[in-house]
Design a protein. Structure first.
Length: 118
């Protein structure tokens, strides 16, 4: 079984699309401030996909935010925290399409991801 996910503050609940859209723009702006060395992990994981690392990081953020409404993503709430999870059984491949997206997202630098918890 493979699981991937991330944690956010409570305003990320499925019903609050306006807040999520604002937060997405904050993450995209944070990516703009990064140096190429900050994205080395993401670039190493993806290999040479033809895009520069910042473009790849921005695409990843866009994909993650679009995926939050997919049926292969579950949402768990605990106090003031929202957990988004995806995954399932695997025989060497990715269990869901969103799994790969979440894994790429987890490789973004902390100075980008810290904006999720606000």
């Amino acid at each position: 079984m493979l699981l991937a996910g991330f944690v956010t503050g409570k305003k990320f609940a499925k019903g609050d699309k306006k807040f999520r859209e604002q937060r997405k723009h904050v993450l995209l702006a944070a990516i703009e401030q990064l140096e190429p060395k900050d994205l080395a992990d993401l670039d190493e994981y993806l290999g040479d996909d033809g895009d520069d690392p910042k473009t790849t990081a921005k695409k990843t953020v866009e994909e993650v935010f679009a995926s939050l409404e997919y049926r292969d993503v579950t949402t768990w709430y605990y106090k003031n925290v929202v957990f988004y999870l995806t995954g399932g059984m695997s025989w060497g491949d990715s269990p869901t399409d969103t799994y790969d997206c979440f894994m790429k997202f987890s490789l973004l630098p902390d100075k980008v991801l810290e904006h999720l918890l606000l």
